[in-house]
Design a protein around this ligand. Structure first.
Ligand code: AMP
Length: 581
């Protein structure tokens, strides 16, 4: 994409170009008579085009042989599951929740439910019983598909408290028959007992997906997306990642986070690529092996995972012998310039930062592989996305044209994966627009070349005296200190200044937490940032608190900032990942 004309606050030209491409892919994926169904677009569509023999899913279990699904097998199994759901009275308007790890059954159940016309609500397998119950309740799920061990540990005891959850379908280990459990059906038996059904002819705006936002700052909200979102998944798959049938695409995001659905399932399958699904959690040692052995061509991961790899150090990175990786990208949190460049040194390609949020539904702003990348920035809007930096004045919104001025990131509605609305008490609540803009709640600045730079969540800004401090700027600078592995900066209430910045950090292997290191880092911060921005306190933690999607939980740090005495107890220098071998 060419650089936008920076004298315009909005990239209007790109938006028009994007709209016409959306029409083209709509024709490519349509089910006939204007119908569009994500399940059909991700499986049956490829079979009809003669690509049924290609591998759609290659799932690496925690142990054992990889399990494969061709597009033909995925189309057939999801068709059977759709038929089984229909026979059990589940259809358009019903919500099917999924509590599954990244296994072949996750793909079959998600596409099957979509083909039956139901709304799919993936849940985080790492959540405990409380958050799972509240989400099942908020989603008003009628049917749950769950791994049998997760069901036994997290749902069985609270089934009585979930009157709307009429049916549960259990998946046994490695797709085998599940052990009989009261009030539950066996997934394998359901599948063999049904004949494949074609996808329901859903309309583009019919609801398809329900995700709960990770809520780094507030209460999670249920966000609904329509079937039309697949147009944006297909196009961003092609335009951001260059995905096609010869690619092996690996997305490390958990099911439950929208990234795990949009890019862990839909985008690569809509593009006809092979999706690599790894059941295991973050494990840098294992990951270098997977990248090389599985000949991954495109890798989509998170800053948390990248920091974990950096923390393991250069020796492990030097052992990496992969040659297939073409694109590596990151999402979810700001990615500092050092991490971008570390990718180039360790993996041969830089980590490209991409920005979007649950409500947006697909990558909206990014450093694209074919564009000049700007390490540390979020990049430029993708074609079809009209993004602007705006100033809010009550309900009025005014775009800011002057480069490098901080304001709120706003997007003009109209892109296909825009949320349909929020779920409240079983009904879809509208999305508030301001002067025709969707406001993201993120503060950014745009430079003279049209690149966007993340400053912070509007509600994370630290108001210190007369100065507004963006935590990411402080964190980014502190991350350059060799001792610090991860940093979170928050505001601590202060009688005189209203708030002062305080930092929490975990350490790289080989560094010892204590007063000497604290004094050294704080003095480094004052020297580099100046006294107005430098944190007044530094607390060492073995690990920073995170959401299940791996984002630093600032509200927990804020609470800690108030609790912590001025000087915290020294903790062991090495976090849970352990030292480099
Ligand atoms: P969620 O909807 O839970 O995925 O959270 C979306 C939020 O994560 C965004 O509004 C940003 O605050 C943050 N975020 C996502 N991607 C990036 C990025 N590349 N750089 C900075 N912040 C990001």
């Amino acid at each position: 994409m060419a650089s936008p004309n920076v004298s315009h606050s909005v990239n209007e030209g790109c938006a028009a170009a994007g709209a016409s491409r959306w029409d083209e892919v709509r024709a490519e994926l349509a089910l006939g008579d204007g119908a569009l169904n994500i399940g059909h677009a991700c499986a049956d569509h490829h079979v009809a085009a003669g690509r049924g023999g290609r591998v759609a899913v290659r799932a690496l279990g925690a142990h054992g042989e990889p399990r494969l699904l061709t597009y033909a097998q995925l189309a057939e199994a999801s068709g059977r599951f759709a038929a089984a759901l229909t026979a059990r009275g589940i259809g358009p308007g019903d919500t099917v929740a999924l509590l599954l790890r990244r296994t072949p059954e996750l793909f079959v159940a998600a596409l099957g439910a979509l083909k039956a016309g139901a709304v799919v609500c993936p849940l985080f397998p790492t959540f405990g019983p409380g958050p799972i119950r509240s989400r099942l309740d908020l989603a008003q799920a009628r049917l749950l598909v769950a791994a049998e061990d997760l069901y036994a540990r997290k749902v069985a005891a609270q089934r009585g408290a979930l009157p709307r959850l009429e049916q549960a379908v259990l998946v046994g280990e490695d797709g085998a028959a599940a052990r009989p459990a009261p009030g539950c059906l066996d997934y394998a038996a359901l599948l063999t007992g049904a004949a494949p059904a074609p996808a329901v002819a859903t309309r583009p705006l019919d609801p398809a997906l329900l995700h709960f936002t990770s809520g780094t700052t507030g209460t999670p909200k249920g966000v609904v997306h329509p079937h039309r979102a697949v147009l944006a998944h297909l196009l961003t798959g092609r335009e951001m990642f260059g995905l096609g049938p010869d690619d092996v695409f690996w997305c490390t995001a958990d099911p439950g986070w929208i990234t795990g659905t949009a890019y862990g399932i839909i985008a690569p399958l809509a593009c006809g690529a092979t999706v690599l699904a790894d059941e295991a959690d973050i494990n840098p040692r294992r990951w270098y092996g997977i990248l090389a052995d599985e000949q991954v061509t495109v890798w989509y991961t998170t800053p948390t995972a990248i920091r974990a790899m950096m923390r393991f150090g250069a020796a492990l990175a030097r052992s990496y012998r992969g040659t297939s990786l073409r694109v590596a990208a990151s999402v979810g949190e700001p990615l500092n310039a050092e991490a971008v460049l570390w990718g180039r040194r360790a993996l041969g390609v830089p980590f490209l930062d991409t920005w979007w949020q649950t409500e947006i539904g697909s990558v909206a702003i990014a450093n694209r592989p074919d564009d000049s990348i700007r390490p540390g920035s979020m990049g430029r809007p993708l074609p079809g996305i009209q993004a602007a930096v705006v100033r809010r004045d009550g309900n009025h919104v005014e775009p800011i044209d002057t480069p490098d001025t901080v304001g709120e990131l706003a997007i003009r509605p109209g892109w296909p994966s825009m949320l349909s609305g929020y779920l409240g008490e079983g009904v879809l609540l509208g999305v508030g627009l301001h002067d025709g803009w969707y406001l993201t709640g993120d503060l950014v600045r745009r430079d003279a070349d049209g690149c966007f730079w993340f400053v912070g969540r509007a509600d994370d800004m630290i108001k210190c005296g007369g100065v507004q401090i963006g935590p990411f700027e402080v964190e980014g600078l502190l991350m350059n200190h060799p001792a610090l592995a991860e940093v979170g900066v928050v505001g601590k209430p202060d009688l005189l200044l209203r708030e002062v910045p305080v930092a929490f950090a975990s350490l790289n292997p080989g560094f010892q937490a204590g007063d000497a290191l604290r004094a050294e880092v704080l003095s480094y911060a004052r020297q580099e940032l100046g006294s107005a921005l430098a944190p007044r306190e530094l607390h060492f933690l073995a690990e920073l608190p995170k959401t299940v999607a791996g984002k630093i939980l600032r509200r927990v740090l804020k609470a800690k900032a108030v609790e912590e005495p001025e000087e915290s107890e020294p903790l062991p220098a090495v976090g849970v990942l352990g030292p480099e071998a």
